[in-house]
Design a protein around this ligand. Structure first.
Ligand SMILES: [Zn+2]
Length: 273
């Protein structure tokens, strides 16, 4: 089989296909163990066979296939240039990328979808900016209103504020109190002047005399040395329709009903609303 020389290509191919008889195969293996040239030849044949094997299921070699296979191997050997061209060309990754180019790798549908989404987001961001600006404006206005309200409160409640009552000339100033009341909000501000001092343990108490029902306590206060006192936004229930206001002197713990006499009183004019 070897003729003392190299193994014919036909036999190498059959060996690669495991189509030789055990005896023939043993001879081939013995030669291959000593011959680098035939091992190289076999490796090349095995490589070609591997390419075929990847795409087809393994079957026993049918009758006639051996001859056709050998013929093909012989043709390939006779036309090495043609065989070379038929083999897949291996190119470096960099070269493959360069040839495909950037434009071929961009999925334009996805790009279009992204553009649509981005446009939507831009519009949404614009809306949110307007909303934030509107809220900021509201907060600024609210802050300004709060600051003004705080200033009013500070003036009314400051210990260093001067309270002056203007009266007709040559009239001795009498104790007075002025209440501003907004029933719907339960809001009340009262300023009193020229009050007589109260004994220790006593305080003045303001009462709302409702249109119906018992008088409602509206806050305790004690005049300063000048006889001035104020009540600013005491805790009151909302919606008490006031017929009049009165001030009494009570124990400083407060009373549930007014103790006579009523030292100051005033009828409430008809509410504006
Ligand atoms: Zn050999």
């Amino acid at each position: 089989m070897t003729d003392g020389r190299h193994i014919p290509q036909d036999d190498l191919a059959l060996h690669a296909m495991q189509a030789l008889s055990p005896e023939e195969s043993a001879v081939v293996r013995a030669h291959l163990a000593e011959c680098a040239a035939c091992r190289g030849e076999l490796a090349e044949l095995a490589g070609d066979l591997a390419l075929v094997a990847v795409g087809v299921e393994q079957h026993a070699v049918p009758a006639g296939a051996r001859e056709r296979f050998l013929q093909r191997v012989a043709d390939d050997a006779a036309a090495p240039a043609a065989e070379q061209a038929a083999r897949p060309r291996v190119v470096p990754i960099d070269e493959a990328r360069a040839r495909r180019g950037l434009m071929h790798r961009i999925p334009w549908t996805a790009v279009a979808a992204l553009l649509v989404i981005t446009a939507g987001l831009v519009i949404k961001i614009g809306d949110l900016r307007l909303e934030v600006a509107e809220q900021a404006r509201t907060i600024r206005e609210q802050s300004a209103a709060n600051a003004r309200a705080q200033q009013v409160m500070d003036v009314l409640t400051s210990r260093s504020a001067q309270h002056v009552l203007l009266t007709a000339a040559k009239t001795k100033p009498a104790p007075t109190a002025r209440a501003v009341y907004l029933a719907s909000r339960g809001a009340l501000i009262m300023q009193a002047s020229n009050l007589d001092p109260v004994p220790a343990g006593k305080m003045y108490e303001l009462w709302i005399i409702p249109m119906s029902g018992a008088p409602v306590p509206a806050g305790m206060f004690r005049p300063d040395a000048a006889g001035t006192a104020s009540l600013v936004m005491p805790q009151l229930p909302k919606g008490i329709a006031a017929k009049a206001f009165g001030v009494t002197v009570e124990n400083e713990a407060g009373a549930q009903s007014p103790t006579m006499p009523i030292v100051l009183s005033g009828a409430a004019p008809a509410a504006g609303e």
